[in-house]
Design a protein around this ligand. Sequence first.
Ligand code: PLP
Length: 443
Amino acid sequence: MTQNHENARAVNSKIHYLNFNQKSTKANGQINAALEGNSKNNFPKIDDYIANLKPALPVYFIRPKAIKRATEFFLENFSHSKYDSDVLYSVKSNPDATVLQHLFDNGIKHFDVASLAEIELISGLFGEAAKMYFMHPIKSREAIYKAYFEYGIRDFVLDSPEELRKIKEVTKHAKDLGLHMRLSVSNSNAAFNLSGKFGILPSKSIALARRIRLSAQRFGICFHVGSQCMDPIEYRNAINLAKNVVQKAKVKLDVLDIGGGFPSTYPGMTPPNLASYFDEIFDAIRQANFDSSVRLWCEPGRALVAEAGSLLVRVEGKKNAMLYLNDGTYGGLFDAGFPGFIYPTRAVRVKGKIPFAEKQTSFGFYGPTCDSLDVMKGPFQLPENITEGDYIEIGQLGAYSRSIRTSFNGFDRNLQFEVCDEPIDSMFINEEEENQQELENQN
Ligand code: PLP
């Protein structure tokens, strides 16, 4: 571990742990005990944390085992005998240093960064052992300058002649650039459209492809089929579009970047298994018959980390079918608000003797801020007698939760611990493993 790395990690843990009620020495003692457990890599269980700490703040629980499983899956499956390939982790999905460290330790050495802050973070943690790619199609001149001259970044995404000119001017017409043209492709099977704002239409991209080719040492084409893409055919269609552009522009392609979009699983949104995505992708690449010198990249965010994280919230009040929580859409539950994502939930009761009712009822959530927009309609299935003081573990929040938090109304404080529990739901654990796991838990 480098000194930089240790410093970044120390700052990161301080942020998480100091957020807890600092006056409580009892709580601090318990946290220290828990941290000791962490440092031995012997992670406790979520329910032990809840029983011991009875946390008043929202808590992120991170599962190192789930990060390892997802990382190994991507590194193994995004590989091909004919082509070299790299898996770039999309930092925006979860920039937490603990999460990044587990990804790195399990083999992720390439990072899709979109801002100077993300660049500084990755550089501070991993130094030159990490390779970064500036994948934001419209960047500030200052960010391009620092990325190129201070952080050694050579690969940049763009989707317009103006951005090409900007990158060339700022890098003083560097001769060692990897320039990657972002195509606008169909996002119609995705929960989040990422082609409205960025990407050039394939029909308009030919001239730009030729101009980029003249300025680039490496010319790439990239796209994003939209986040939480529910149909692998979208990758095939986008790969075909990329092939058409290359043929029409008559340019040599060095990199094909198929972006992120790989799904996780949510109630009411069960995607096909991930292996079928790779089958579709590699079959499309085989049919397109790209030259064997083409390098393949993918940029997963959600699929690598979603199931590795849960957010524990506490019920602070109840009115009919609405639960008032200590976290909400301005905190870690942004996507449960306007986009109306439904997450898997598990109720946990530590106080009192009355067990939860077996009957589950649909609930909606309110967050802690004063804004009426801080509402999550769900429905979330929970025991009908859930009440103030009970906890709810909300699953699949390892992605797009920590990275979106705000401090609105002062509700930015939270804790984070690493745990050994398996995810509430998984894209990676197959049935056989699940049965094996159950047997182990019983013994
Ligand atoms: N790459 C880029 C350029 C993105 O904008 C995003 C998400 O916004 C990702 C990768 C990660 O996407 P996902 O989390 O859907 O895999």
